[in-house]
Design a protein around this ligand. Structure first.
Ligand code: HGY
Ligand code: MN
Ligand code: MN
Length: 587
């Protein structure tokens, strides 16, 4: 029997509780406490209120809720004593068909997990895309989460219970995801194309990068847009307004990745608008402005240590001197581009005419834990942290590890170690300030040789440039002092400097209005990560919509995750934003 949101809103409190009895395992107190907050304007609002009841419950109530869940492939499952919902979910995950080894492993994991945490392991076995995790993925997740700290694991179990409830509510109300499954499936498909085995690395102009570009171009074309790949590899889709004289609103993000990255960083901001335009095109719905979706070809700077190549070309800021930069194999960017069939002479012509641009709105995963911690599917970015990056090259004296007394050494790695701790200590002094040494190597190092050389990267960011620049100045001074004291030569090369970018209030307000219309509380947050919007901010007003990340908010890591439901509601919000978009009055 199909139940509607209206039925739930109009039912008596006891009927409301009865109809939701299968949503949270053996815990009617949750819908009981939510009933008084009816009517719910949207399914998203109902989901959020139910989960807020869980989040605000006492820890004893939360533990009772967790303990009301069965173990995976545990005794209750074997004895056939699971709830109807759990029976279906565990069966769909194939947990009734484990091999003897898998059963033994799950039995051991259940025992270890229970003795560590005192409650059963919980995972939404239907997974982020709702299609179902494989048994192997469930076991991998189980083993990984066994290592969590108690508080983190308790929070993750409650989030997993929220995800299970979301999926069960979708089934109960026959809620169809208009965009979410497409976005997840497309992410999965291009996420399989990589420069290396067993990890997602899609660096600028590699074979995987070009394969991805061609697939994006195909999806853009199939969505009813004009499509072109420009001279730096940006894949550009243009959804024309019925008014040829209309101006253009830009959206998009990057399709290159970090090494061993996640499937959603950048890519969601491309795939999501393509799915929306496909929907508009299929309905013959035009927008009063031209919409350009730009899949920026390079934002991460992995191959040529250059960032924002794609977006800088769009704003006319592309530095042609970068064409001579070489990758680890000694190939120049120029050669890589021409090998891919691009004509570098056409790069300057990529620049957009600022007068034609209405603004730039980027959808991106949050890449952090804030939305997850607030049980919010989306957030609106207030500003994007500015960053400075350096290459630090330290030169000491390589000498015998056994015969050189400690006080006579010029150990480049020991100097690097002191520098890393200095960066950590200085960048702990302001809330939005962060400092990272992400790369550290002793070239040609040997076990029995004191490191005569050491290279390290510096990445220092803050929500405002003054805070960041003050930290950079202090750190540079401390590096000099450390190297003088240790008789180490030091060379510092700035490899990137991007100013902090405030988002435009007039665009933020329109994203906020669309968020509120979707029944989602409006929440603003700064971005610690850099984005193409920072580069576009040099040419036009920008705004960003963040989508919640799972797995504790981890990113730049294969564990990066999001759900089809969050992808869907983000797409609904961006679509609603486009349908209501008002250009800035003086545009
Ligand atoms: O480093 C960053 O914040 C971005 O992912 N490139
Ligand atoms: Mn990134
Ligand atoms: Mn990104």
């Amino acid at each position: 029997m199909t139940i509607s949101l209206d039925d739930l809103n109009q039912a008596s409190a006891s009927d409301f509780v009865a109809r939701l009895q299968g949503i949270y395992e053996h815990s009617p107190w949750i819908p009981q406490r939510a009933a008084a907050q009816r009517p719910f304007g949207s399914l998203a609002a109902l989901k959020r209120v139910l989960q807020a009841v869980v989040s605000s419950a006492t820890q004893d109530e939360q533990l009772a809720l967790i303990r009301a869940h069965p173990e995976l492939a545990g005794k209750a499952a074997i004895a056939g004593k699971l709830s109807k919902e759990s029976t279906g979910e565990q069966a769909q995950a194939g947990l009734a068909h484990c091999s003897p080894e898998e059963f033994a492993l799950l039995h051991q994991l259940n025992a270890d997990y229970h003795s560590k945490f005192g409650f059963p392991f919980i995972v939404a076995v239907k997974g982020p895309d709702g299609k179902g995790m494989t048994r192997q993925a469930i076991i991998r997740t189980f083993a990984r989460r066994c290592k969590n700290a108690h508080e983190d694991e308790l929070a993750e179990c409650l989030r997993q219970i929220g995800r299970i409830a979301e999926l069960r509510l979708n089934d109960l109300l026959h809620h169809h995801l208009e965009f979410g499954h497409t976005i997840m499936a497309w992410s999965e498909m291009i996420g399989a194309w990589s420069d290396e085995e067993d990890a997602l690395t899609c660096a600028y102009m590699t074979a995987a990068h070009r394969q991805t570009a061609n697939q994006l171009a195909l999806w853009i074309k199939e969505a009813g847009m004009q499509v072109a790949i420009d001279a730096v590899g940006n894949v550009v889709g243009r959804y024309l307004s019925a008014n040829p004289a209309a101006k253009t609103l830009l959206t998009g993000s990057h399709y290159d990745t970090v090494r061993n990255g996640g499937k959603y960083d950048g890519r969601v901001g491309i795939l999501l608008p393509i799915a929306i335009v496909k929907h508009l095109h299929e309905r013959g719905e035009k927008l009063p402005f031209h919409l350009e979706i730009i899949a920026f070809s390079e934002e991460e700077g992995v191959r040529f240590k250059s960032t924002f190549l794609g977006s800088n070309a769009i704003t006319g800021q592309f530095d042609l001197a970068l064409l001579e930069k070489t990758d680890d194999a000694g190939m120049t960017m120029r050669a890589a581009l021409s090998a891919a069939g691009h004509d570098v002479a056409r790069i300057p012509a990529i620049a957009r005419n600022q007068a034609d641009i209405l603004g730039f709105v980027e959808v991106h995963i949050e890449q952090g834990p804030v939305l997850l911690g607030r049980d919010l599917p989306v957030g609106i970015v207030s500003s994007i942290a500015g960053s400075c990056r350096y290459l630090v090259e330290l030169t000491g004296v390589a000498s015998h590890a056994g015969t050189t007394p400690m006080h006579m050494r010029k150990d480049a790695a020991a100097a690097a170690a002191e520098i890393i701790l200095t960066v950590e200590q200085r960048c702990s002094q302001a809330p939005s300030l962060v400092g990272t040494v992400g790369q550290l190597q002793v070239p040609h190092g040997s076990v029995n040789v004191i490191p005569g050389a050491c290279q390290l990267s510096l990445d220092i960011r803050a929500a405002d440039d003054a805070t960041r620049d003050a930290a950079v100045a202090d750190i540079v001074q401390q590096i000099d002092a450390i190297c003088q004291r240790r008789h180490i030569e030091v060379s510092l090369t700035m490899t990137m400097s991007a100013p902090a970018a405030p988002c435009a209030p007039w665009l933020m307000q329109q994203l906020a209005a669309a968020t509120a219309r979707a029944g989602v509380p409006v929440f603003e947050l700064p971005s610690g990560a850099g984005h193409d919007a920072m580069a576009l901010a040099k040419m036009t007003d920008v705004a960003m919509l963040f989508t919640r990340c799972g797995n504790g908010g981890i990113s730049h890591n294969p564990l990066e995750s999001m759900t089809a439901d969050d992808a869907d509601i983000s797409a609904q919000i961006l679509l609603d934003f486009l349908r209501h978009f008002q250009a800035r009055p003086d545009a």
